[in-house]
Design a protein around this ligand. Structure first.
Ligand code: UN1
Length: 510
């Protein structure tokens, strides 16, 4: 079923939401960065951008704010994030809708993204009383050794269009309780949701009262503005989400000035369906993982390895699900698959599909769906049966393409599973504990996320999020990811009356 897009003005709805959230009209009119909704291709704003000089001044201001904020007790800093979580709860419907308008997500996913922001706020509030350091046994009598965690500085955040607000919130909530200030360069494709999120945070800041000015700021602009953030000496950590190509530029620039990087780059996520798998469960997990968010999550399932004993049971059902999935205007509420972000995404998808055919693949779906808007790019998700793990299967294409491969040998499938550049997320569907445990073992999946009997996407915030290899190696969100946002000091205190040296060294002066 294809649902036609409504001609009603999406821009007017976006403006009404922004107004309710407290964003001034002047912030998104009369500027030179045009924003669009992928739902119809309609223009939704023209935002004022900052110059590189303004960006530098903004970062300097953030550094001044940091110097004050780092001295505020962490639980008090947590209070700001608690208020932010409250404001997000109140704004959830509006912000979720704006995410749908700007990123093309279906309503439950737009709202889910805001829920992810709320969840990380709750996590960070608890964390604000748990920034623990260790005490460590020392080899010297009358001494104490301990670790202290201190605020780090201005945290630069570069985010992508596909999670336009949640990824910022993962970083901002942790950074703020850790005593840092934040400067955010959102995707040029989703600047309105950034303005809205910033306005919501400013409401919390206002209620908080005495936070330093410049504690959390947004840089609206193009990549030159992002480069200022990456190169500025007062930014000790940049957390960047985007393509591996972007990471290859950002990573070395940060390394050059010894700044920290949290890179969350591409994923080419695989799933393995074993002979004992619960196929009903696998089918649902695969459908969401591969078609959800129109294949535009970094955790999207892109490669599916199915054991030859269950291939003919599972794959025909999967094809049926692909053929019948509803593609259309996400605002209408009936579709499960919304638009691709833009024409480039569509072109890249078509290119990958022709390459797949050239490599012997059989393509089901993948064609454009007409919703009445020439500038909107809706597609039927594509399921591609591949004879071998080659060609475009090895690359991430940010679109709903699922490559399906048959396997017979478990060691062989593990090797193929790991034989790609990216290492973000992975899944195995099995009721056999030997296979499940092997997948999670040292010689199993080489990804930052490895799941059993759930899909590759839709991680909770409580775990550390990120991946290995060309995914960049960074970890954000839960677990102990907060440690990257702080500076660790090892302190040794001598409360004795002598000065023993470690390692038995003697150095006695007269
Ligand atoms: C992303 O696509 O950049 O695990 C983030 C997930 C979400 C986050 C995705 N919680 O799919």
């Amino acid at each position: 079923m294809n649902i036609a897009a409504k001609p009603a003005s999406i821009a007017a709805e976006a403006a009404a939401i922004l107004d309710r959230l407290g964003v001034e009209t002047s912030a998104y009119t009369g500027g030179d960065l045009k924003s669009f909704s992928p739902i119809t291709g309609e223009q939704t704003g023209s935002l004022k951008t900052v110059s590189t000089a303004e960006a530098t001044a903004i970062i300097d201001r953030a550094d001044a704010a940091f110097r004050i904020w780092r001295l505020v007790p962490a639980p008090k800093r947590g209070e700001l994030v608690r208020l932010f979580g409250e404001e997000l709860r109140a704004a959830k419907a509006d912000l979720g809708r704006l995410v749908s308008i700007e990123a093309g997500k279906i309503p439950s996913e737009g709202l889910g993204e805001v829920q992810e922001m709320i969840d990380i706020c709750d996590f960070a509030v608890g964390l604000s009383r748990q920034l623990y350091g260790l005490t460590i046994a020392t080899e010297r009598p009358g001494h104490r050794m301990m670790e202290t965690w201190h605020p780090l500085g201005v945290i630069g955040i570069i985010s992508a269009f596909n999670f336009p607000v949640a990824v910022w919130a993962w970083n901002a909530a942790l950074a703020l309780v850790c005593g840092n200030s934040v400067v955010w360069k959102p995707s040029e494709k989703t600047p309105l949701t950034a303005l809205a999120s910033q306005a919501i945070l400013e409401r919390a800041l206002k209620r908080f009262g005495d936070a330093p000015e410049g504690l959390a700021q947004v840089l609206i602009g193009d990549r030159t503005v992002g480069e200022v953030l990456v190169d500025h000496a007062k930014v000790p950590l940049v957390s960047a989400t985007g393509s591996t190509r972007m990471g290859r530029e950002v990573g070395p620039r940060l390394a050059k000035r010894f700044a920290r990087a949290i890179l969350e780059l591409g994923g080419n996520n695989g799933g393995i369906v074993c002979p004992s798998a619960d196929l009903d469960m696998a089918l649902r997990a695969i459908a969401f993982g591969a078609m959800g968010t129109a294949g535009q999550r970094c955790t999207t399932l892109r490669r599916l390895f199915v054991h030859d004993s269950v291939y003919d049971q599972l794959v025909p059902r999967l094809k049926k699900a692909y053929a019948s999935v509803s593609v259309g205007n996400p605002l209408d509420g009936g579709a499960l698959v919304g638009p691709l972000i833009d024409k480039l995404a569509f072109d890249n998808m078509q290119k990958a599909l022709s390459e797949a055919k050239a490599h012997g693949g059989t393509v089901h779906g993948g064609e454009r769906v007409d919703t009445g808007s020439a500038d909107a790019y809706y597609v039927k998700p594509a399921l591609v049966e591949m004879p071998a793990h080659t060609g475009p299967v090895l690359e991430e294409t940010f679109a709903p393409i699922l490559y399906v491969l048959k396997y017979s040998d478990f060691d062989g499938v593990l090797a193929d599973h790991n034989a790609v550049g990216a290492g973000l997320s992975s899944s195995i569907f099995t009721l056999n504990m030997r296979e499940a445990e092997r997948f999670l073992a040292a010689d199993g999946s080489d990804c930052g996320i490895a799941n059993v009997n759930i899909g590759t996407s839709g991680a909770e915030i409580g775990g550390a999020f990120g991946g290995e290899k060309e995914t960049g190696g960074g970890r954000e969100s839960g677990s102990d990811a907060w440690k990257a946002y702080m500076r660790r000091a090892t302190n040794t205190v001598n409360y004795s009356t002598s000065l023993p040296l470690a390692q038995g060294v003697s150095f006695d002066i007269e």
